[in-house]
Design a binder for this molecule. Structure first.
Ligand code: MN
Length: 202
C-alpha cells in the first residue's frame, strides 16, 4: 500500500483508535479495475440506527450513511450523507465497536457483492467513478445477495466534503420492486446469518 492510499485514510484513522475499536487499520491491496469493485452495505446500530453504503473506488471504500437504508422502490428517495473513506477490508467488518469509541455500537454486514460503474458504459461522455463522484452523480449496478440492478446517488448539497448531502434512488430495471422491503424482511447478516442482538451477544 502506497503513501497516497494512507493519505486517503487520514480522516478514517483520525476518528478512531483501531487498536481499541477492533475495526480494520487499513492495509489491503486495491483492485486494479477502475470500473467495478466491491460494495458493502453495513447496518450500524450506533447512537442512531443507519446503513452505511460503501463502494470501492481507487483503493478505498467511498462511504455514505443512509438513515433509512436502501429501497427497492424507484419512487423512494433515500437521504444519504457522505462519510469518510474507509479501508477496503472494512467490507468484511462485523462486530461491536465498544462504548466510548467513534461509532460505538454493533455493525452487521447487511449486503455485499460487486458493482459495475454504469456511467463508464455510456457511449456518450463516459465517466469513471472519480469523475462521477466529482460530478455528484454516481450510477452503479449492484450484484448483491439482497440488492440487484441500478442505483443512482445524486448529490444535492456540499461538494466532495464529508457531510455532503446525497440521495440514493433505485433505478427502474429488473431489480426494482415497490412491494419488497428488504431492510425489514431480510434484516440479518449475509456473512453469518446473525441479527444485531446475536452479534452483540457473541
Ligand atoms: Mn456508520
Amino acid at each position: 500500500m502506497g503513501k497516497h492510499d494512507d493519505d486517503k485514510l487520514a480522516a478514517y484513522r483520525g476518528k478512531r483508535d483501531t487498536g481499541r475499536s477492533g475495526e480494520p487499520a487499513g492495509d489491503a491491496a486495491a483492485s486494479d479495475d477502475e470500473d467495478s469493485g466491491r460494495f458493502v452495505i453495513q447496518k450500524h446500530a450506533a447512537s442512531t440506527l443507519h446503513y452505511d453504503l460503501r463502494l470501492e473506488v481507487g483503493g478505498v471504500l467511498k462511504s455514505w450513511a443512509v438513515p433509512k437504508g436502501p429501497s427497492t422502490d424507484p419512487s423512494e428517495k433515500r437521504f444519504a450523507i457522505r462519510t469518510e473513506d474507509h479501508p477496503l477490508e472494512y467490507a468484511d467488518f462485523e462486530g461491536v465497536i465498544p462504548e466510548g469509541e467513534y461509532g460505538a455500537g454493533t455493525v452487521l454486514v447487511w449486503d455485499q457483492g460487486r458493482y459495475d460503474n454504469l456511467r463508464a458504459e455510456k457511449q456518450d461522455n463516459p465517466k469513471d467513478m472519480v469523475a462521477s463522484l466529482d460530478d455528484g452523480l454516481v450510477e452503479v449496478r449492484l450484484h448483491g445477495e439482497k440488492l440487484a440492478g441500478g442505483y443512482a446517488l445524486k448529490r444535492i448539497e456540499g461538494g466532495n466534503e464529508e457531510q455532503a448531502k446525497w440521495l440514493l434512488i433505485k433505478m427502474r430495471d429488473d431489480g426494482a420492486d415497490a412491494r419488497r422491503n428488504p431492510t425489514s424482511t431480510e434484516p440479518n447478516s449475509v456473512l453469518t446469518g446473525r441479527d444485531l442482538d446475536q452479534i452483540a451477544g457473541d
